[in-house]
Design a binder for this molecule. Sequence first.
Ligand code: G6P
Length: 492
Amino acid sequence: ADHVRNKLNGSSLFVVSNREPYTHTRQDKRVNVTVPASGLVTALEPILRACHGTWVAHGSGNADAETVDIHDRLKVPPDDPRYTLRRIWLGREEEDGYYNGFANEGLWPLCHIAHTRPIFRTSDWEYYNKVNKKFADALVEEIGSEEHPTVLIQDYHFALLPRMLKERLPHARVAIFWHIPWPNAESFSICPWQRELLDGLLGADLIGFHTQAHCNNFLHTVDHVLEAKVDWEHFFIERNQHRSSVLPFPISVELVEDRFDARNEISAEEERSTLLLELGIEATFLGVGVDRVDYTKGILERFRAVESLLERYPKYQGKFTFIQIGAPTRSRIKRYVDFQVEVKNEVERINARFKRGKWKPIVFQNREHTHQEVQRYYRAAHLCMVTSLHDGMNLVAKEYVAARQDERGVLILSRFTGAARELHDAIIVNPYDVESTAEAIAQALEMNVSEMADRMRRMRRSVMEHNIYWWAGSLIGQLCSVRLRQNRTNIS
Ligand code: G6P
């Protein structure tokens, strides 16, 4: 945390994202505060807590000024206020056009190879512009007369914001971090507004992705579409006398050191038996998956691998249960509504085929879980499955590793995640290959304790060395150096 503060060097931090870190919802007279299921929120929250900056986000709750102390601008976390949350409120049409429409029916499937066709509507595009402008106005207001603001814009909801901001605040250091993959130039070219999106992004001084492969795809896309100088040696783009560096910064979680955590006094075995009791099922081996119910996550493929395991290794019938924690998500989008039904049907089909007595192969917990609840499942499970069809990073993989202070448990990880580039000691799978994924489950269940501990120790070391503070420190450090270089060029 000190490392990040040093990199900021006295400059104030402004973070922008669509998703807010805390949502206030009112039920009758009570206000509930929840943390939304979002890898982005998990990653950024510790940074804001350490740096006391301002986080500008879309207000998604329904609590009003009377029930939440200060409606638009408040101090959070609720129990230990450290930074400012500035909320931007959107009307139903704005939210549908900008968020559900352009961001999630257009850009999300455009950037993920999950074979869902993107939908581009002109009206969504117009709302996307309008909402980006609304965020730019709020940022300019928040930044006020701040002399050296550092602005970290997050994700595909705000491709136009870097340029809008730089035009009004040329002295601001602006980075945008793209949390999802960037496709190849040919795939990206189907977007009718590809030029405008690239132009907006190139307003930033620094454009970050999780992997070098995504940086390369971005550089190729710019090369194909715009008149710009693309420097493949130093990974920057120069256009209209402005330079944008394009670099990888693999995001991470908060694992700091192996310090004693009282909650870990409970052994995996004890945690397992209490969880099974609560769930009212009997099983010897547990697997866990934690995802938003999103078609990019490979949830159906994962269930089919469990089915195949039970076919290939009948000894696991009556013994192995897979618990899927599935947070409902983006429920105003048809593809998500349909997918939710597909997932439920698949669980029912597989359970009907194998279940007996108090045992069943799959438990589907289709609701939001708190961080603490999820930790219990991580600690209780013999294995965790992350089988995304395509994923920028996937922080569930790193959270599972962070939770296993006991150096037990096996991670099964899709090769199509950014995390697979770092966590070489996971069992790496192609989720489209159901039989091999079933074999990976068998391998995990049969792995001896010393191999398991060796693998987990190495993965924990890798996450600790490259934790979220390292991510933010590198991003902010790079952003400062980019500006300095640029200033020198201008002077000479
Ligand atoms: C991904 C995106 C985030 C987003 C999260 C949850 O991780 O990169 O920007 O917050 O999904 O999705 P939601 O639409 O609920 O914010």
